[in-house]
Design a protein around this ligand. Structure first.
Ligand code: GTR
Length: 334
């Protein structure tokens, strides 16, 4: 390439180029060796999702002989769920366990699972996510422009209403401000159920209940207990079971694209194992935390939730319009 260049200089140049290339490879290997994946969750240490994802991290470290390390940031230390989704999209968080609720605004296709009473019960929801529809939704998330790679489902059970004043029927919710997750669909859901839906982050709910900014919220028993919302005054737990929202484990696409194919396959496999582990922990957590809530004086109010189901028909009609065929397939799953 340099015709006039003396022989020795050419040799030195070649040696330098070869050395530079070797250094680049070495740097890449060292970089990979130092890789630590940051995982995040709004829930505290010991919560089923946190435990299952931590155990996935341990397996990943072991399988890669420490080449890929794992660090869990539980308890919302990296922000609320909406902020954490954003951080995952840019690769600042590598692995995130989140509800599908706040994923709806960035991947509208998942809203089919976010609709009130779209599943008959938790068993029906599990049959759907374990089958082809579940896989299709994971694939849709990964294929969307949201820069999230969906690894596995997690269980969030069934959400019911908790309030300072007892609620038994939609009319009892009149004038009550109820915190909902950040997605317009949920505000519409609460408004249809008879209350006033107010969207806010999970971390703000305790103070909002305590100071009367809201009169209640809705969630599953493990969340109601571990987030202490009953201590803020929400002592009536009305079994509306209005939302059965699967949760999800995602990896940032920015991180995913940097992994070798073998590591990608490993992450996916361990993600699925975390799903199975979490489900077992979940069933136990629902039973344990329900008992603890009762022992703390929380009143579980069993109701016929049909009036709430009927009241939310317009929400399913509005948001389900885009998913008519899929909703039929979901309803047909036994
Ligand atoms: C919990 C869920 C969290 C979060 C929270 C909330 O049940 O596991 O991911 O979405 O509810 O209400 O914000």
């Amino acid at each position: 390439m340099y015709p006039d260049e003396p022989e020795t200089r050419m040799t030195i140049r070649r040696t330098l180029i070869a050395t530079a290339m070797a250094l680049t490879t070495l740097a890449a290997t060292l970089g990979a060796a130092a890789q630590t994946l940051k995982a995040a969750d709004v829930h505290p240490a010991g919560y089923p999702t946190v435990v299952a994802v931590e155990s996935m991290g341990k397996k990943l470290e072991a399988a890669t002989q420490g080449r890929i390390k794992f660090q869990m940031f539980p308890g919302s230390v990296l922000g609320g769920e909406k902020e954490m989704i954003e951080q995952t999209q840019v690769g600042a968080i590598n692995i995130l366990r989140t509800s599908l609720g706040p994923v709806g605004p960035v991947v509208p296709e998942v809203n089919v699972f976010n609709m009130p009473f779209v599943f008959r019960d938790v068993t029906h929801m599990r049959a759907v996510i374990d089958g082809p529809i579940g896989q299709e939704l994971l694939d849709k998330i990964s294929a969307s422009p949201a820069k999230l790679v969906a690894l596995a489902w997690m269980d969030g059970g069934s959400r019911s209403l908790y309030t300072k004043k007892a609620v038994r029927k939609p009319e009892d919710l009149k004038g009550q401000k109820i915190r909902m997750m950040g997605n317009p669909l949920f505000v519409d859901t609460m408004n249809a159920m008879g209350g006033n839906g107010i969207s806010m982050g999970y971390g703000e709910v305790f103070t909002a209940i305590q100071t009367g900014v809201v009169d209640g919220a809705e969630n599953n028993a493990p969340s109601l207990y571990t987030a202490n919302h009953f201590k803020a005054g929400a002592k009536y737990f009305t079994q509306t079971n209005h939302l059965i929202i699967p949760e999800i484990l995602v990896m940032s696409k920015v991180t995913w694209d940097k992994l070798a194919p073998a590591d990608q396959a490993l992450v996916k496999k361990l993600g699925r194992e975390a799903q199975l582990e979490q489900r077992q922990l979940w069933d136990k957590a629902v039973a344990d935390y329900s008992a603890k809530l009762k022992a703390e004086g929380v009143e579980f109010i069993d109701i016929d939730n049909k009036p709430f189901y009927e009241a939310t028909a317009p929400v399913r009609a509005k948001y389900g319009a885009d998913f008519a065929a899929l909703m039929k397939r979901i309803a047909d799953v036994k």
